[in-house]
Structure formats: C-alpha cells, structure tokens
Design a protein around this ligand. Structure first.
Ligand SMILES: [Zn+2]
Length: 210
C-alpha cells in the first residue's frame, strides 16, 4: 500500500483547471513521491490571474459540442453488434452479409473508417475495418476489426497510437523486403517467356526429333 511520504515541503505543479473567464480556477498538486511509492498528491486551487485565464481559455478551451471521440465506433457497435442480455456481445451479421453492410455504412465516414481487402483462411475475399477514435483536437487510437467471409467470426481489437505506429513500421519493413523479391520474380517470368516463346508443339515424332 502506498504511504504518505514523510515531512516535506510541498512541490506544487499545475494539474488542471476549470471554469471560464474571471471564474477560471487553476489546480495544483504536490508531486512529491511520484517517482516511487507514497505520492503526496496534496491538492490546492486558486483563481487564475487574468493572463493565466486568457491563456487557458484560448489555447485549451475545447470547441463547443466537439464530437464524442468514440462516436463512430459506438455507432458501429450499435449497428452491427447485439448486446442484449449478454456480457460479451454477439454479431448481428457475419461473413459476406456483415462485409456488405459495413461497406455501405462506411461511406458515411470517409475520413474515419477505412476498409482494406484481404483473404480469410479459405482464400475468400474478406475485409479489415479501421475505425478512428478521433475528435477535433485529440486522437486516442484506432479499432481494428477483421471480417472473414467464411472462415470465422469477426474479431476486434484496439490499437493505441504506439500500436498503430508499430503496425505501420512492420508493414513498411515487409514492403521494403518484398520489393526486390517481386522485381526478381517479374524478371524471372519475363526471362522464361523470352526463352520459351519460340517453342512449338508437334505430334509428328519425326519432326519432334529434329
Ligand atoms: Zn506534498
């Protein structure tokens, strides 16, 4: 259990604010002990000075009625998942029916929903769905859903920014390694076609011997 640190002189740091204009309050919290157990966390607040209030209200004021950061993902859940009476949700549709419905729905959100074609384990055309958790001034991460056409139920996971970054890096590395191989393969195919294009087939055994 964390314990209060021993006698110390509080080290207050800015920790938040509330209110607007002349009513703006600034809050400070003691950061003593934050590097180990026993964070003091004593909190105090005071009215902001006019300069502080102007700064906070201009720079950090959230735009009024900014949209819920999870709005698009929540709509996806409402439309395609069924939560009634269950702890874990089930899918209202799966496979091709879900792919088709999600593709139609995604047209409403060209900047928030991305679809990537892929194959499932039966080699049938499937989709990866990427849904942004983004508001006007913030980004929390991206939901990734795979919708196989035949092989399985959809599967969903959440990528925080560091995971998005790591996935992007892995994909770029894969492409970098694949590009010379693809080039070599194209050259091999072209070479084979050059060599074999003059070859002819004949049933005539005498001619074939020549
Ligand atoms: Zn303290």
């Amino acid at each position: 259990m964390p314990t209060k640190p021993k006698q110390h002189k509080h080290k207050f740091r800015f920790s938040g604010w509330s209110g607007t204009g002349a009513e703006t309050l600034v809050r400070f919290r003691c950061c003593h002990g934050t590097s180990g157990l026993g964070w003091c966390s004593e909190s105090v607040e005071r009215l902001a000075t006019p300069v502080e209030a102007a700064h906070l209200n201009q720079r950090f004021a959230k735009p009024p009625r900014d949209r819920d950061i999870h709005a698009v993902a929540r709509e996806f859940d409402r439309k395609f998942r069924d939560y009634t009476g269950k702890i874990a949700s089930t899918w209202k549709k799966t496979g091709y029916a879900l792919m088709y419905a999600v593709e139609r729905w995604a047209k409403k959100y060209p900047e928030d929903v991305r679809l990537v074609s892929c194959d499932d384990s039966y080699f049938t055309g499937s989709r990866l769905v990427l849904i942004e958790h983004r508001a006007k001034r913030s980004y929390m991460g991206t939901t990734l859903i795979s919708i196989p056409q035949l092989s399985d139920n959809p599967c969903e996971m959440f990528l925080y920014p560091h995971s998005v970054e790591a996935l992007g890096k892995a994909m770029r590395d894969i492409r970098r390694q694949a590009t010379p191989l693809e080039k070599q393969e194209a050259e091999d195919v072209a070479e084979e076609s050059r060599v074999t294009q003059s070859w002819r087939f004949s049933d005539d055994k005498k001619k074939a011997k020549k």
